[in-house]
Design a protein around this ligand. Structure first.
Ligand code: SAM
Length: 283
């Protein structure tokens, strides 16, 4: 392939790669934390790449952003305060703010440049940044959670890059213990948990770390995301409270539009594949 016409993300350990045909390179820079690239693609709109990994495209980001937000927000009985750790493209923040119960949503990304570039290349994802309930912070999410007071947040959404570089500590038992300490009674963490096909060991380790931090209830949910390795992604919810039910009636009557999420998709995303149940020793 001609590298000037295609962007390719290789996953050498899996022997796979995903490519998008590129029209133009729009921007590149080395920020204080990571290498940021923006492309215009032939068929997927704009594309954000961080340290060589695809993050967001105009065409398919709705799968990820909707599934990182709505299942958790419709599982919590009364989500008033939500923190998004990472999420600098602002797409998760936009989805969270669609919920009328939410009174305060804070996005905490370590790298302000990601948000500044998203404002230019993904303005639709940033359209709720001016909502009076929204607050943007540019600091390390690990420190933010460590310094937080007990009982200060209902839902923590960890919308981070892969567990390397600045995001590595976001997948640790120490981080989950700090999350457990600042969550309210029915509080929960939801974190992107990579691909069950390619990263099963990582998901197992992440679930073990969440359990060891005191979260007795875990729920991994599955959804498509063609931009990410294998095209099949997951997120894992951890809580001290029961996760077996969600606000099904509210979800079925959601007062906002989505592209992918609805009550049936929510239910379907909770179904656990046979190999996953076996690997995670689930009943
Ligand atoms: N959906 C994407 C994915 O899974 O590939 C994640 C997108 S979002 C752009 C990831 C963000 O996590 C980046 O903007 C990065 O700056 C942020 N990030 C990484 N480590 C962080 C940390 N320790 N604290 C806060 N933000 C962090």
């Amino acid at each position: 392939m001609n590298p000037t016409e295609w962007f390719t993300e290789q996953v050498p350990a899996a022997g796979t790669a995903f490519s998008l045909k590129i029209k133009n390179k729009l921007h590149e820079e080395q920020s204080e934390f990571q290498f940021l690239e923006m492309y215009e693609t032939e068929t997927f709109g704009n594309l954000m790449v961080i340290d060589g990994c695809t993050m967001v495209s105009t065409r398919d980001n709705f799968f990820y952003h909707e599934m990182m937000s709505h299942p958790a927000l419709y599982t919590h009985p009364n989500p008033k305060t939500v923190w998004i750790i990472g999420g600098g493209d602002c797409g998760t923040l936009r989805e969270v703010l669609k919920h009328p119960l939410v009174e305060h949503a804070v996005q905490i990304d370590i790298d302000e440049r990601v948000t500044r570039l998203a404002e230019i290349y993904f303005p639709e994802l940033c359209e709720s940044n001016g909502d009076p309930r929204a607050e943007l912070k540019f600091i390390d999410g690990i420190k933010w959670v460590k310094d937080a007071a007990p009982n200060s947040v209902d839902i923590i959404i960890v919308d981070s890059t892969d567990p390397v570089g600045p995001a590595e500590g976001l997948f640790s038992a120490a981080f989950y213990r700090d999350c457990a300490a600042c969550l309210t009674e029915n509080g929960m963490v939801i974190q992107q948990s990579e691909s069950a096909l390619l990263h099963l060991k990582l998901i197992g380790e992440m679930r073990d770390a969440m359990s060891s931090a005191g979260f007795g209830h875990l729920q991994t949910l599955f959804f498509p995301q063609c931009l990410y390795p294998s095209g099949w992604w997951s997120a894992t919810i951890a809580s001290k409270a029961d996760l077996s039910k969600f606000r099904e009636h509210d979800s079925a009557n959601k007062p906002f539009e989505t592209v992918y999420y609805n009550v049936d998709i929510h239910k379907a995303s909770l179904a656990q594949p046979e190999f996953f149940k076996k690997a995670m020793a689930l009943k």
